[in-house]
Design a protein around this ligand. Structure first.
Ligand SMILES: *Cc1c(COP(=O)(O)O)cnc(C)c1O
Ligand SMILES: [Zn+2]
Length: 413
């Protein structure tokens, strides 16, 4: 195992947030000593674990995620183990044969961030750290503060004073995360941490932490196992900072290299129109990313104008012959209602996946006979304002009736 820079290839000797050259870091593993049949048997046997480390939907795949971390230091809150649900109404909505949702919203803190955070915090603990930090306005802070609380350590959340999501910040405070409010943007918070984390003895858990990427690979490992190691035609995923799509690509590469799957699904990375610098780059065949200085989308978890992981994301798209698309906030909110009405639900960013599949079907990129899996990244209750906006009408528009059999039967039939 080695940690190296994506830009200059330099191998890191000490743990750092970034390479000296400014590039982001990546974990490289030699998988050649791992045997496919041995892994298959191991992963399948671990499905019977209960209440143990290996019952976790992340640590079940420990050999492919972080075998170098000592077992007695690893923490778990039973993350992963999320449902995979087929939906006829969503398939009809998108116009394809089969559509399934992988509900990462069922994680302990309500988002896929837990898959990566449990590994990053475990790595920090292995270095003897007990003070963790991130700059975030949402699900990353909730996840970090949950794992800090669970491991008896402290978390420091650098939150821009102006752009915060109320429910997620309250959730963070509930787990005991220390909020450091500052004037400036999310990027300013990251720059501060890159400069001062060492001096403040903070272990940084932002999306560019390569152990988060290793942990997030478990989403595709678990999906593959649920599908009996047979891949769908498409996997749709929303993109903000682009850590999750990077992990999806890296995890698929692992599975394919090991022979655990024999076909790579195509990745459909969906961004919101108001925050889609990566989609623009891929469409125009530009060789570098032009940041959006003023991103805006209703799907706050994707409201990022300068995604740090764009090079890894580009590799993921190219590797799988994938595609990018952007969808409007209206399309996102419409798709969200389909997912909500299925009895699953999600926060707006997650619904971009279904909106994206529908759009790609409409323009003929996806065939009607194909099978797609949409990764639902965050829980329905993460964005109460969106719920009020969409559904308060349903609660208040109806006139009250007297509870007589006649009056009620009119409403019920
Ligand atoms: C973080 C997040 C995203 C975006 O993921 P990236 O890895 O930043 O691209 C999408 N949806 C939800 C709910 C999130 O919390
Ligand atoms: Zn470098």
């Amino acid at each position: 195992m080695r940690i190296q820079c994506v830009d200059c290839g330099e191998q890191m000797k000490d743990w750092a947030v970034r390479c000296q050259c400014g590039g982001i870091l990546e974990i490289k593993r030699d998988l050649s000593s791992l045997d496919r049949d041995y892994l298959l048997k191991l992963f399948n046997e671990r499905l019977y674990e209960r209440g143990t480390l290996y019952a976790s939907g992340v640590w079940r795949y420990r050999e492919l995620i972080a075998p170098e971390l000592p077992q007695d230091i690893l923490i778990t809150r039973g993350e992963g183990n999320t449902g995979l649900y087929s939906s006829k109404s969503a398939a009809d909505y998108a116009g394809i044969r089969q559509l399934q949702f992988k509900a990462q919203s069922e994680n302990p803190s309500g988002s896929f961030k837990d898959n990566g955070m449990v590994v990053a915090v475990s790595h920090g603990l292995s270095l003897g750290k007990h003070r963790f930090a991130c700059s975030s306005t949402g699900n990353t802070s909730a996840s970090l503060s949950l794992y800090a609380a669970w491991s008896g350590t402290s978390s420091y959340i650098f939150a821009p004073a102006e752009h915060i999501s109320a429910a997620k910040i309250s959730q963070t405070a509930a787990y005991g995360g220390h909020l450091v409010r500052f004037h400036g943007t999310y990027d300013d918070g990251i720059h501060f941490l890159e400069q001062y984390a060492d001096a403040l003895d903070l272990y940084v858990c932002n999306s560019l932490n390569p152990y988060r990427i290793e942990g997030q690979k478990s989403i595709i490992f678990e999906l593959a196992q649920q599908l009996n190691w047979s891949m769908p035609d498409w996997i749709a995923i929303p993109g903000g900072a682009l850590s999750n799509v990077s992990a999806l690509g890296k995890g698929l590469e692992d599975l394919f290299t090991l022979g655990l799957i024999n076909k790579l699904p195509r990745i459909a990375l969906i961004q919101a129109e108001g925050a889609s610098p990566f989609h623009r780059m891929m469409q125009s065949n530009d060789t570098s990313l032009l940041p959006d200085s003023n991103p805006f989308t209703r799907a706050s978890a994707m409201n990022i104008g300068n995604p740090p992981s764009w090079k890894k994301a580009r590799h993921a798209i190219q590797l799988t012959n994938g595609i990018t698309a952007s969808v409007t906030d209206e399309e996102i909110m419409q798709a969200k209602q389909i997912i909500d009405r299925n009895g699953i639900g999600c926060e707006p960013a997650s619904a971009a996946t279904l909106a994206g599949i529908k759009k790609l079907r409409a323009i003929g990129v996806i065939d009607k006979d194909e099978h797609a899996v949409c990764i639902l990244t965050g829980h329905l209750l993460k964005d109460i304002a969106a719920l009020d906006e969409l559904y308060s009408h349903d609660q208040t528009s109806q006139q009250a009736v007297e509870l007589t059999q006649e009056q009620v039967s009119i409403k019920c039939y």
